[in-house]
Design a protein around this ligand. Structure first.
Ligand SMILES: [Zn+2]
Length: 343
């Protein structure tokens, strides 16, 4: 009996051991399964995050591609607009386009280091700028024309020169240089003599024709923009003609005239301090979509030359603002309403 008991005990012990072993195996299996599951869950979460991240990137890239495409279209239009300057720059069209392309290329190179997104925003700002600024420089050519051209070149700026009828080799060289540099050439009368010019429509027409012919002979450009000496709103006492009639005459000749809505003030008889010129030229740009700034090309206006780089730098630093030469696309800025008076 005692032996039998021992045998049972031995058997039971073996069974228990076996059962304990099974339980241990089961526990280990469960723990391993749990571990595997949690690893899998973590991995799946990571994969989900990666997928979400990639999706966001794809969305951003397609947005960028779309923006780039829109800008490319805009740039093409700008280039075409630059090409249309041909009325001012007969025979210089390809050069003008080349200059525009050069400027764009330069812009693109500058952008490379700033990341695609910055670059995209910069180009878009240039093309669809809210504020267009036109620097117009009257009364040249003069002994300082070359200095003005150098500054404009240094800043990659194209301006508009409303010139008077000066002859002599230096003046001719300056006129050619204005055109070669891609600036817009406009007329500002041959004589700039108010009394003679505004004596009658005939005398005005004679002066206009002579100047147009002279500028064509020197530069190959047939000018089709004009700035009246004193502006269309001048109050010249000796004037014997109605400015509206002269405006209509210009229109009949296919010539558009431009006044200004911002004056540097350098036309005043006293030489203004640089700070005043800078303030005058830049203070109101944000108020206008089109700013036509009046300044003068004359050795007597000594501070204009000094103020010019500062003026350009401030405008270039303005948001959503570009400096352009006058073209066929430029919105007119005129002091008098001559078309309404016609009716
Ligand atoms: Zn003038």
């Amino acid at each position: 009996m005692a032996e039998g008991n021992k045998q049972i005990t031995g058997k039971q012990k073996r069974r228990w051991r076996l059962r304990r072993c099974n339980v241990q195996m089961l526990v280990i299996t469960i723990v391993m399964l749990a571990l595997l599951s949690s690893i899998l869950i973590v991995r799946m979460q990571k994969l989900n995050e990666t997928i979400a991240h990639l999706t966001a990137q794809v969305e951003m890239l397609s947005r960028l591609v779309e923006e780039e495409r829109a800008q490319a279209a805009n740039l093409r239009e700008e280039l075409q607009a630059a090409g249309r300057q041909d009325s001012f720059t007969a025979g210089k069209e390809s050069e003008g386009q080349q200059a525009a392309q050069d400027q764009e290329t330069k812009g693109e190179v500058q952008q490379t280091g700033q990341g695609i997104k910055d670059g995209v925003q910069q180009t878009a700002a240039q093309v669809t700028a809210m504020h267009k600024v036109y620097l117009t420089i009257d009364d040249g050519p003069s002994s300082v024309t070359q200095d003005i051209l150098d500054i404009l070149k240094q800043y990659g700026i194209k301006a508009t020169f409303f010139v008077v009828g000066k002859d002599g080799e230096t003046a001719k060289e300056s006129l050619k240089q204005i055109v070669e540099d891609g600036h817009t050439l406009g007329m500002h009368s041959g004589t700039h003599n108010y009394t003679e010019l505004y004596a009658s429509i005939e005398s005005f027409a004679e002066d206009l024709e002579a100047q147009r012919k002279y500028l064509y002979e020197v530069t190959g450009v047939t000018c089709d923009i004009y700035r009246f000496p004193g502006g269309s709103s001048n109050t010249v006492k000796t004037r014997a003609v109605d400015m509206a009639d002269l405006a209509k005459y210009l229109d009949s000749q296919g010539i558009r005239f431009f006044d200004w809505n911002i004056s540097s003030g350098d036309g005043s008889s006293v030489v203004l301090p640089v700070e005043t010129l800078v303030e005058n030229c830049t203070a109101n740009i944000s108020k206008y979509e089109t700013s036509v700034i009046l300044m003068h090309d004359s050795p007597l206006k000594s501070t204009t030359l000094e103020a010019l780089p500062k003026i350009i730098e401030i405008i270039q630093g303005m948001e959503d603002t570009v400096i352009l030469p006058i073209t066929d696309e430029t919105e007119l800025v005129q002091h008098i309403k001559w078309q309404d008076e016609e009716q």
